[in-house]
Write a protein that binds this ligand. Structure first.
Ligand code: NAG
Length: 281
């Protein structure tokens, strides 16, 4: 109840914030169009290029949400992504990353893949079939990241929890993260061998909701401020230390119905969180 009120309260502002306030284009400039006074951005992919954007600053905790509408045609082989990363330039190193990746298809079922990297340990893909048509309307995709947990949300439904299990030796995202959004050629990556049908190009992904509810990373010293429970940082408050019973139920339901490919089913032995946290990690 309280959660819903908070979400609605910030949503109104969130949706009318213009892209330029918090983001900039990082690549494929000619493939980015801004509409509705800059509050909606279209990323376009054709044979020449895809496109991507990034937040102007880095964060150290928050509730990061955006609304996305996927290309409304056969976009097999195309990937649309919204994620947080400590390695925006792809330099490598011990990076942290929290991913939403939409794997293109020719109609339903539509696949959403999530992944978590912490201290460079990735390989934690979980794939869901979406229970709606993500190409016909905007839906909200959100990530809570605080000192206790990472929660992935689709609209109001939690679909995945990655807990801070550092006390049993599982790395947890702890570095400064920037927010990125992009559309790119995933033919050789996660398309399951499907080729892009270029006769369908351009492929357009639309983004809305450029308000950012996060604690800006300023220095290692200030980093702790971003983790501390404080009334100012509501995503660090009691409501977000763990899921409440209703949310746990929603999580279980979503996973029972829509999760169809889980790293924990395949590689549990190499990821310690799979052994203690079977249903949620
Ligand atoms: C993870 O939890 C530990 C306590 O178990 C805490 O000291 C640490 O700051 C947390 N990590 C992050 C990134 O919040």
């Amino acid at each position: 109840m309280v959660v819903a009120v908070i979400t609605c309260g910030s949503k109104a502002d969130h949706n009318v914030v213009s892209f330029d306030k918090n983001y900039h284009v990082t690549w494929g400039n000619s493939h980015v169009t801004s509409v509705n006074q800059g509050t909606e951005v279209h990323l376009r992919m054709d044979k020449a290029s895809g496109a991507g954007f990034e937040s102007n600053v880095g964060y150290a905790s928050g509730f990061f949400q955006i609304k996305i509408k996927l290309p409304n045609k056969d976009f097999s082989g195309v990937v649309v992504a919204f994620y947080l990363t400590s390695d925006p330039d792809g330099k490598g190193g011990n990076h942290d990353e929290l991913d939403f990746e939409f794997l293109g298809s020719n109609g339903p079922p539509f696949t959403l893949q999530t992944n978590v990297f912490a201290n460079d340990e990735g390989g934690r893909e979980q794939r869901f079939h979406l229970w709606f048509d993500p190409t016909s309307d905007f839906h909200t995709y959100g990530i809570v990241w605080n000192q206790h947990q990472v929660v992935f949300y689709v609209d109001k439904t939690p679909i995945r929890v990655f807990k801070n299990n550092t006390k049993i030796g599982v790395s947890y995202p702890s570095q400064q993260l920037v927010i990125q959004g992009s559309i790119w050629n995933g033919e050789t990556w996660a398309s399951g061998g499907r080729k892009i049908d270029w006769s369908q190009a351009p492929f357009v992904a639309s983004f809305v909701g450029f308000g950012v509810t996060g604690c800006q990373f300023q220095s290692s010293a200030s980093k702790d401020q971003c983790y501390i429970s404080s009334p100012k940082l509501w995503w660090n408050g009691d409501k977000y230390l763990g899921l409440d019973p209703a949310q746990r139920k929603a999580l279980q339901d979503a996973r029972t119905k829509y999760l169809y490919d889980d790293y924990c089913s395949k590689h549990a032995h190499i990821h310690q969180e799979c052994q203690i946290n079977k249903n949620t990690s």
